[in-house]
Design a protein around this ligand. Structure first.
Ligand SMILES: CC(=O)N[C@H]1[C@@H](OP(=O)(O)OP(=O)(O)OC[C@H]2O[C@@H](n3ccc(=O)[nH]c3=O)[C@H](O)[C@@H]2O)O[C@H](CO)[C@@H](O)[C@@H]1O
Ligand SMILES: C=C(OP(=O)(O)O)C(=O)O
Length: 436
């Protein structure tokens, strides 16, 4: 278990380039299984979860050729379906959430697939019903190992149909879309998730020859085709990293420029940070966050305390709720943070409370934050990172805090943030990694 040692309280300054989007990368990498032809992918983030998935694809028989920084050429010529029955695959596949999305492409191309219950953050129940029922509607038959830890799936013939997803699941939609692109006939998916990750995936699939319409909406129509060909694809900048850097600048009172953010793809994210009182200036396609002594949280129009809550896109992504929460601890004013989707993602506030933040955890989904308005700094402590986004929220808190902090279990942070310590050091942060 590795740790960060952080000497907090320093002002940071400079430019930072966001990495390619983690959650998009996990979908796009699975899509390479849909064609025997080469697929070139650019702007792949060098992070634990993505590297694990690339390794897994390699072991399944996909040839993986590095072709420059952040670029790989994948070719899924011969896939070793027997590897998917091995213990090793069970272990590796269960190591990350994104592995669940190899199933849709396998069913589409080979008519069968295997899938261990996937890993990912322990942030509450993470059911797979949307994946399973969607694939079943297309004709897939699931057989469980009896423990719900491994499934064999048969789909000799996938047939298009109408389906109303029981929730707008991000990875669930991606899985069903990838199965439907080569099904017979037309599939209509209502209540589809429409995060930019999915827009990017659908655009890539259409470039490969798929016929998907309604892209970007919650009603997708997919006319099945017989064959998909190779393509190239470039990942968007990671919107969760961009939000994290906005929070970092605000909490540390620093001027930071976030480069090449593809602003129009950020949806409501900049607006939510603006409502917390953070000034953002758009310079070309860069976001400049100026150094601010203080930032004041808006109230609702009737003067009542504002709520920040998550929702499926175009709502505010749940992956930035922990960041909004930590930023609120030093705002002027109070805010209610409501994490609607996941029931165990707010418990990390205990650590912020130990650091001196004024927070009342109302229930597992809601926390009231009374901002300290930078009048009292947080204090450094030793803590452990419970999940990827809480980990980064604690890192931001530690960078703003007085004194030294230690954050253990930083493998959680490395799942999704590329060389975060190196990049923060180049902004002037006092952060060292201790390999454990
Ligand atoms: C690898 C990957 O891409 N992970 C992301 C993906 O996970 P993932 O695809 O696993 O998450 P889902 O979209 O399936 O659902 C997330 C949670 O929200 C709940 N839910 C979802 C939709 C809905 O309309 N109502 C509702 O309550 C689900 O029950 C679940 O608890 O999307 C999540 C939601 O944006 C993000 O936090 C994860 O970072
Ligand atoms: C919850 C997240 O990741 P995963 O779905 O991979 O666990 C996240 O990226 O915030």
């Amino acid at each position: 278990m590795s740790s960060f040692i952080i000497n907090g309280g320093r002002k940071l300054h400079g430019e930072i380039v966001p990495q390619g989007a983690k959650n998009e990368a996990l979908q796009i990498l699975c899509a390479v299984l849909l064609t025997p032809e080469p697929v070139t992918i650019h702007n792949i983030p060098d992070i634990r979860d993505v590297n694990k998935l690339i390794e897994l694809l390699g072991e399944m028989g996909v040839s993986v050729t590095p072709a420059g920084k952040g670029t790989y050429i994948f070719q899924a010529g011969d896939i070793d379906l027997d590897y998917l029955k091995t213990k090793e695959f069970r272990k590796k596949g269960a190591g990350l959430r994104g592995s669940v999305m190899i199933l849709g492409p396998l069913l589409a191309r080979f008519g069968k697939g295997y899938i261990p219950h996937p890993g990912g953050d322990k942030i509450g129940r993470r059911r797979l019903d949307t994946h399973f029922t969607g694939l079943q509607k297309l004709g897939a038959r699931f057989e469980s190992d009896g423990l719900n830890t491994f499934y064999s799936v048969d789909a000799t013939e996938l047939k298009g149909c109408y389906m109303l997803l029981d929730e707008a699941s991000v990875t669930g939609t991606a899985n069903v879309v990838m199965a439907a692109v080569m099904a017979k006939g037309t599939t209509t998916i209502f209540n589809a998730a429409c995060e930019p990750y999915l827009v990017q995936l659908c655009r890539m699939l259409n470039r490969m020859g798929a016929k998907i319409s309604g892209v970007g909406s919650n009603l997708l129509s997919i006319e099945g085709v017989e064959y998909l060909s190779g393509t190239s694809h470039t990942m968007l900048p990671d919107m969760i990293e961009i939000g994290s850097f906005i929070g970092l600048a605000a909490m540390t009172g620093s001027e930071i420029t976030i480069k090449n953010v593809q602003y129009k793809e950020l949806g409501i994210i900049p607006e939510v940070f603006r409502r917390l009182g953070i000034q953002l200036q758009l310079r070309g396609d860069d976001i400049l966050v100026p150094a601010q002594e203080t930032y004041e949280v808006e109230t609702f129009m009737d003067g009542s305390i504002m709520t920040i809550s998550d929702a499926p896109w175009p709502g505010f992504t749940p992956d930035l709720i922990s960041i909004a929460l930590v930023v609120a601890t030093q705002a002027k004013g109070s805010v209610l943070i409501h994490q609607k989707m996941f029931e165990s993602r707010l418990f990390f506030v205990d650590k912020l409370i130990d650091m001196g933040a004024q927070i009342i955890l109302c229930d597992p989904h809601r926390a009231t934050v009374i901002g300290l308005n930078h009048q009292v700094p947080l204090r450094g402590i030793t803590m452990s990172s419970p999940d990827i986004r809480a980990g980064v929220a604690l890192l931001i808190a530690a960078l703003s805090a007085k004194g030294k902090s230690q954050i253990d279990n930083i493998e959680q942070i490395d799942r999704g943030y590329q060389d975060i310590d190196g990049r923060l050091r180049s902004l002037g942060a006092g952060i060292e990694r201790i390999e454990g």
